[in-house]
Design a protein around this ligand. Structure first.
Ligand code: AMP
Length: 414
């Protein structure tokens, strides 16, 4: 696009939490990232806004109370205005919102209408921590720019293609359906982006490759993607199922919860906190940061060694399971904080899987880079890749494509 082209090409991406808002402003004509930032501790005296202009200029930090999400977005707009990027600009084409739970109805990005908002509200019981904050973020942005299309990009959307035999729990069907209990999966925006970028790295179309994506951040999930379509993923009704995570247990025998209630006398809320906040790596060894765990392992700390071994054991089980689900695997892709940075995790996860065609080249694995790259030796039948995720770019791309296509409120997903 040239400067004389009147088509607005900027997209603001908002990721609203209960007391925080993360944002990025992108120009989709490039695409070019224009600015990024974070408002934290909204509603407290000690709120903080960290703003990074990405076309030149230094990071700016402001402290002081920010009462609510409306005030936060206003403060963000003021920061952006200092760089000539204010949100009142006619250059802004749309606002893209990360929405965690879209249930089964939303299988694609969707222009937000009141009907869409009502459905996101209806899903609050299955995403009590996330959907209310997302709703607040959308309402705030609508108040700021009522004239603009607002688009919801759902964390669950990429997984709506899972077949029933992968999505259903083996429990009474009537009970499950009455309460919408099934496996939805999360991190979908990342799994979609990374599986596509992995195909690109292999020089193939996504429809031609089968990929196991390992999104290993503080939250972690695996997915099996056949020809660009998700056929299984490790998170379920909530983001608690699956891999060992920073603070979440991942898979456990559900009877552990009955036991905690009946024998340990814990309440449902206490068990919820235990499994979501005090388990996983932090529960096993007191640290959830893989850097610190590696440092402790090198110092001979046996609790850290055991935590790492449990983490890797679970990861390996999922690689094996998804290998079996897919039948033929072209690539295993590591992404997110741990997956992109922790070479020892990548090495340990595929160690001993040579018979499956999986191996890691020590030198390639040790390279630090922000670029998508292969870390498997040439002889390996299955490519092992590190593919940095970019959920903001994916949200912006999907948002912009939807508003440019003119596929409106009745959109594909509703
Ligand atoms: P994310 O949720 O994707 O932001 O990932 C955050 C996690 O990535 C942190 O909790 C760390 O465990 C991990 N991480 C980030 N940088 C590194 C690194 N250089 N080496 C190992 N782990 C890292």
């Amino acid at each position: 696009m040239t400067s004389t082209d009147p088509t607005p090409s900027r997209v603001l991406v908002l990721n609203s939490g209960s007391s925080s808002v993360k944002y990025q402003l992108l120009d989709m004509a490039g695409p070019t990232r224009l600015a990024a930032g974070l408002v934290e501790r909204i509603g407290e005296e000690t709120s903080r806004l960290v703003h990074t202009p990405l076309t030149g200029g230094d990071k700016r930090e402001t402290h002081g109370p920010i009462a609510d999400h409306g005030a936060a977005l206003k403060a963000v707009s003021e920061e952006l205005a200092k760089d000539g990027l204010g949100l009142d600009s006619p250059e802004l084409a749309a606002i893209g919102h990360r929405v965690v739970h879209g249930g089964l109805k939303f299988s694609a990005p969707t222009v937000i209408t009141e009907e869409v908002m009502a459905e996101i509200e209806r899903l609050v019981p299955v995403a009590p921590l996330h959907n209310p904050a997302n709703i607040t973020g959308i309402r705030t942005a609508q108040a700021l720019r009522p004239d603009l299309p607002q688009v919801a990009v759902f964390d669950t959307a990429f997984h709506t293609t899972m077949p029933e035999h992968a999505a259903r729990y083996a429990i009474d069907v009537e009970t499950a359906d009455a309460h919408r209990i099934r496996r939805y999966g999360f991190h979908g925006t990342s799994h979609a982006y990374v599986s596509r970028e992995t195909a690109r790295l292999l020089g193939k179309d996504p429809s031609e490759v089968n990929v196991i994506v390992l999104h290993l951040g503080n939250g972690a999930s695996a997915s099996a993607v056949r020809g660009g379509v998700c056929v299984d993923t490790s998170m379920g009704l909530t983001p608690l199922e699956g891999l060992v995570m920073g603070t979440r247990s991942g898979d456990i025998d559900p009877a552990v919860t009955f036991h905690l209630e009946r024998v340990a006398g814990m309440s449902t809320d206490e068990i919820d906190v235990l499994l979501n906040k005090k388990s996983g790596l932090v529960g096993l060894c007191g640290d959830n940061d893989m850097r610190e765990i590696r440092r402790r392992m090198e110092a001979g700390d046996q609790r850290a060694v055991l935590a790492f071994d449990i983490y890797i054991h679970r990861l390996k089980k999922y690689i094996g399971a998804y290998y079996a689900v897919l039948g033929k695997v072209d690539a295993v892709a590591f992404t997110a904080g741990v997956g992109e940075n922790a070479a020892p995790v990548r090495e340990a996860a595929v160690l001993g899987l040579e018979e499956l065609g999986l191996a890691v080249d020590g030198e390639l694995n040790a390279v630090r880079s922000d670029a998508p790259r292969l870390i498997s030796p040439e002889y390996a039948r299955v490519a092992v890749a590190v593919v940095p995720t970019d959920e903001e770019l994916e949200i912006a791309t999907q948002t912009y494509a939807l508003v440019r296509s003119g596929d409106g409120a009745e959109g594909r997903g509703v």
